[in-house]
Design a protein around this ligand. Structure first.
Ligand code: F6R
Length: 245
């Protein structure tokens, strides 16, 4: 695992975009695992800019999103379907048939639906590169603390902290989702490569516990081994630069 500490959010986004773009260029049929939230917004902007400049082609790529709120249809402005369309898919040439996002409108047979999502990831050969953000309480996807490392895609009750964090985005309390469908930690760990991004002091505690990823100085604030991580990065740049491409 490599920890890459960048000056600020812009640098985190640029470095993440460099890595994702490199992965797409070296494997046009790449299977990407995608995240929503404020953290990857800068990454998506950078990828869109590269695509517009004619430097990045998604025409053969496939994606699987991490999660979706239960109860929100794709057209709901707070749904992750809506987010992905607004912030990424409508700006690049990603074929809509290759995009997979859990359906927040299912109302029964949850386990069966989630097993199908897992099966679909497998049928596409697994995820080559998974993008992750991290919640203040350390959640990735909506795997709240205490989620099993072996967990797979499933219906998950959101923690009180996550529900609180989301409250401001909804006009009334009854609309705030209490559950989500999320890939599991086991699903995420099956990915060939994971890029966890974190930015801002509010993430410092979560990052200190989870560590690893591309983070800015603020999110790295509570790391005790910052000098060692810098040293590892320098050595990696010298001896195994392909790990950073
Ligand atoms: C999003 C997701 C969440 C977010 C996390 C951080 O698809 O699965 O785990 O990555 O809540 O959100 P932001 O980036 O908004 O701080």
């Amino acid at each position: 695992m490599l920890v890459v500490i960048k000056k600020d959010y812009e640098e985190v986004s640029r470095e993440a975009a460099r890595i994702v773009a490199g992965a797409v260029r070296s494997n046009s049929q790449i299977v990407l695992g995608l995240a929503t939230g404020s953290t990857p917004l800068g990454l998506y902007k950078e990828l869109i800019a590269l695509h517009r400049a004619g430097d990045l082609d998604f025409s053969q790529a496939t994606s699987f999103n991490l999660d979706e709120y239960l109860g929100l249809p794709a057209f709901h402005p707070q749904s992750f379907h809506f987010f992905m369309k607004q912030n990424f898919f409508s700006h690049v040439n990603f074929p809509s048939g290759n995009v997979h996002i859990p359906d927040g409108t299912i109302s029964r047979n949850y386990d069966e639906y989630c097993a199908q999502y897992e099966q679909s990831i497998k049928a596409h050969g697994g995820i080559d590169l998974q993008i992750l953000g991290i919640g203040r309480n350390g959640h990735v996807g909506f795997n709240e603390p205490t989620s099993s490392l072996a967990s797979r895609t499933r219906l998950k009750a959101l923690s009180r902290e996550t529900v609180e964090d989301n409250r401001h985005s909804f006009s009334n309390d009854s609309e705030v989702p209490k559950c989500a469908i999320t890939m599991g930690i086991g699903t995420i760990l099956d990915s060939r490569r994971v890029l966890l991004l974190a930015s801002g002091r509010s993430k410092a505690a979560a990052v200190a516990k989870a560590i690893e990823g591309i983070i800015d100085e603020d999110a790295a604030y509570s790391l005790t081994q910052r000098d060692y991580y810098r040293h590892v990065l320098e050595m990696t740049q010298i001896f195994t630069p392909e790990r950073l491409s």
